[in-house]
Design a protein around this ligand. Structure first.
Ligand SMILES: [Zn+2]
Ligand SMILES: [Zn+2]
Length: 212
């Protein structure tokens, strides 16, 4: 069974997740640590729980979701894994983040790119890949079928959806991704998004104003 630890980091309050199971192996998803204090929170959590990071995943490569990639690489030797279609989004960050007055430590690039469908694993646990472009060009969500939850990134939020005005964004593609690729999950599937509180597929089907 997978346990979930959620942190909320950096100036845009991005949710960073650590997933771990009974083996002690863990996956770090969308590390958004921006400063030493946030980096220490992650290190302390991993130490306190005796975890071994074996997987660094990015749902997509907007700056707020990859701020901590370099730190994770330095600490645990993990290179990020994400869909190849996000690479130019990652490579664009040094061109715009300084103008926002923010500091960015260059993320390593993947050795392994993730496909549109398939699975990744850590410990005894598996995560299914769900391709959900629209907010960004090759966004992936990670579905834990055995535990019925989704690490959703910036696709579906509590009563909202991801913005589509950034480079590579496409509103109708995002709506299609949600309706065709996420709304096929069980209604009681809990969604842990990249920003804000968690929700469920069933709740958003009923109440999300963008998807009626
Ligand atoms: Zn984003
Ligand atoms: Zn975000």
């Amino acid at each position: 069974m997978i346990s979930i630890k959620q942190f909320t980091f950096n100036p845009v309050r991005e949710n960073t997740y650590i997933l771990f199971d009974e083996t002690g192996e863990c996956a770090i998803i969308d590390p958004g640590m921006y400063d030493a204090g946030e980096q220490n929170e992650v290190v302390n959590f991993i130490k306190e729980h005796g975890l071994k990071p074996v997987l660094l995943l990015n749902t997509h490569c907007h700056y707020d979701h990859v701020f901590g990639n370099k730190f994770v690489y330095d600490q645990w030797g993990l290179k990020p894994q994400f869909h190849k279609g996000e690479l130019y989004i990652l490579q664009a960050i040094p061109g715009y983040v300084p103008q926002m007055g923010l500091h960015y430590e260059l993320s390593p690039e993947p050795e392994v790119f993730l496909p549109e469908s398939g699975k990744v694993s850590f410990g005894n646990s598996q995560l299914e890949l769900i391709f959900a472009p629209g907010h960004s060009p090759a966004h992936l969500c990670f579905y834990a079928a055995a535990d019925n939850f989704l690490i959703g990134g910036d696709v579906l939020f509590y009563t909202s959806i991801g913005r589509t005005d950034l480079p590579g964004g496409n509103h109708s593609q995002l709506i299609n991704s949600i309706k065709n690729n996420l709304f096929i999950l069980p209604d009681d599937c809990r969604v842990y998004p990249g920003h804000g509180p968690s929700t469920t597929i069933g709740f958003e089907k009923k109440h999300n104003p963008f998807l009626q």
